[in-house]
Write a protein of this length. Structure first.
Length: 135
């Protein structure tokens, strides 16, 4: 445990996420797509001494742009703007010095008018690290 506490790192995140929803046959929607732009923070907890595997819980808040498409034309608004709180407990694996793979469950709270919607999903991402300043 002292190893884990001494090697914690904290950071901030800006993310742009695209989500496609798989809808069942009983849905009145033909498709549903979301674009989320969010700002957040995280703590990276290494799970080994070489920092190859780590656990990184992330919390962020941002703008949600929702694009529903109906099966039948009932004059549904083609665009919605809401806000969302996103929780991602990520498991990370460093593949090389520049490539990181993430696997995580995804929990999103969407605030629409006077309602709160809960969404549960699964995510996978690959990140390529690059230096912002070259020496």
């Amino acid at each position: 445990l002292p190893f884990l506490v001494s090697n914690l790192s904290f950071g901030a995140s800006f993310e742009a996420d695209y989500k496609y929803f798989f809808l069942d046959d009983t849905s009145s929607l033909k498709s549903l797509n979301d674009l989320v732009l969010s700002l957040g923070g995280f703590v990276n907890i290494p799970l080994d001494k070489k920092n190859i595997f780590s656990f990184q819980p992330d919390i962020s808040y941002g703008a949600l742009f929702r694009f529903p498409e109906e099966k039948k034309n009932t004059n549904l608004n083609p665009f919605y703007f809401d806000s969302a709180l996103i929780l991602k407990p990520q498991f990370r694996c460093l593949i090389s010095k520049k490539i990181v793979l993430n696997v995580y469950p995804l929990y999103t709270l969407t605030f629409e008018n006077n309602s709160i919607f809960h969404e549960l999903g699964f995510g996978f991402s690959a990140l390529w690290k690059f230096p912002l300043i070259k020496k």
